[in-house]
Design a protein around this ligand. Sequence first.
Ligand code: BDP
Length: 593
Amino acid sequence: MLRPRDTPTRECTPLNGLWRFAVDTDGVGRTDGWWRRALPGRREAPVPASYNDLFPDPAVHDHVGDVWYQKVVRVPSRWEDRRIVLRFDSATHRAVVWLDDTEVAAHEGGYTPFEADLTDLVEPGAEHRVTVVVDNTLTWQSIPPGYVEQTPDGPRQRYFHDFFNYAGLHRSVWLYTTPRTHIDDITVTTRLAGSTGTVDYRIHTVGDEEHEVRVVLRDADGTEVAQAAGPTGELTVEDVHPWRPGEGYLYQLRAELRGVGEELADVYELPVGVRTVAVEGSRFLINGEPFYFTGFGKHEDSPVRGKGHDDAFMVHDFALLEWLGANSFRTSHYPYAEEVLEYADRHGIVVIGETAAVGLNAELGATLAGAVFSTFSDDTVNAATQEVHRQAVQEMIERDKNHPSVVIWSIANEPESTTAASRSYFEPLVDHARRLDPSRPLGFANFMSATPDNDVVCDLFDVLMLNRYYGWYKDLADLAAAERHLEAELLAWTRKHDKPIIMTEYGADTIIGLRTIVPTPWTEGYQADVLAMYHRVFDRVEAVVGEQIWNFADFATAPGVLRVDGNKKGVFTRERRPKTSAWQLRSRWQEQR
Ligand code: BDP
């Protein structure tokens, strides 16, 4: 799915800023047809942002169900004869959209974009009312799953993942044009052979068939390096400048659609990084060279705006990664805003892209929601959930397939993976992901109690991604035991599978400013000791090809006795102040560069 862009044949206008906003406390908006007129009340909310922390009101913070956004939009009069599209980069977790009185789109899943073709409904030059209802409810059939408990005080949302259920319009909304006959999708994959690079491309067009596709590839200086014609083909680049971690060199692919008289019907420009990714035994190769991941599991999370995308936080976070010498992160636990992947492409940061399938695990349900259930059953995670999950995998791959920064697809975080039911659940999802993208390795982040002895799904994947908390949830304050247990487990994995291991989570909750002489959990010193212990072990186990600490920064969660105003495993606080471990990582990672 192509991101809206200004090109010689296309225009886009962001609809960000303040929208009218109403919380549908009584759940009457849909039956009362709130889209037909101005929303009730006087509230306004910024887009992009989560709505939960905007108002000093627990009823908004903990609302379960629908909220409404509305904006009156003038369609530029010069847009006559254009195809006009309304696009939401995300609406968490599902939405229905109306243009004036007409329903134009509905979408399930909170972290991928969706669009409505408004061409036949808008009048260029006129004003139109855009209304969106966004529902934050998590059910057994949503990704991520959850359930709503009816209590005497109203509904309470329960869920099995450890981050606050922020909701709203977290990313940009766009009104954009394309010509009626237009380029609808582009897929690129790249190869390297010595100093020659190849870009295999596939271009899907919609509309009049009497058009020809032309493709030109330019280097970063704008010099043409290859061209081709036809909807599929290859572009060969001699003396190629590969996309490399830490560098992020990009070519520009310009795809043109030309009519019979050579007239330009449509143009789209796509940045392309030429690189390869492969798994060979227990090595992870980028451009044929062993790659060692350093960095973090992150969150889209910041004060006040919650999960709303923010360019300032994005640039700052990437700058902090660079300061540390980190080369990668995982988009735990959902696909991030496209701006983030584009930035990673340009700056050579390596990304593990993850779906929002987090919390498909009864053991976590018991810990985080006090709920007793079987993970996979007719009444819990079932065939309908699997279909929503399949769709989530597909939408992530369709959106992010052209980003050179993305080198692994993670199709879930810490699901149950020790039962026959889990294997039947994951097998078709893995097949589907492989069909959609045979070029990237697959993984999932494996839960601590799934060990080499009881795991039944890891053989389906290319990379072992382990989340481990020795020294915290296990062996607390006994780092000697933690070190023995961690090493024993890693070696057991290497005996079972000849696959690369990335430690996708490890760490310890840490309150900034808390210091003791005797090693004590929650202190800055203890976090540093835990990380140092893991690093000693990683350096002894060859199959370990990556270390991604949990977490880059402290983040908001649902209340819990183990959570002090959120999860404090950040190497930075939520405001991005460094804890002691930041300098320790900086010296380790800068040296490894
Ligand atoms: C893992 C989860 C992560 C949590 C982390 C923790 O993958 O989302 O925040 O543990 O407990 O279970 O800090």
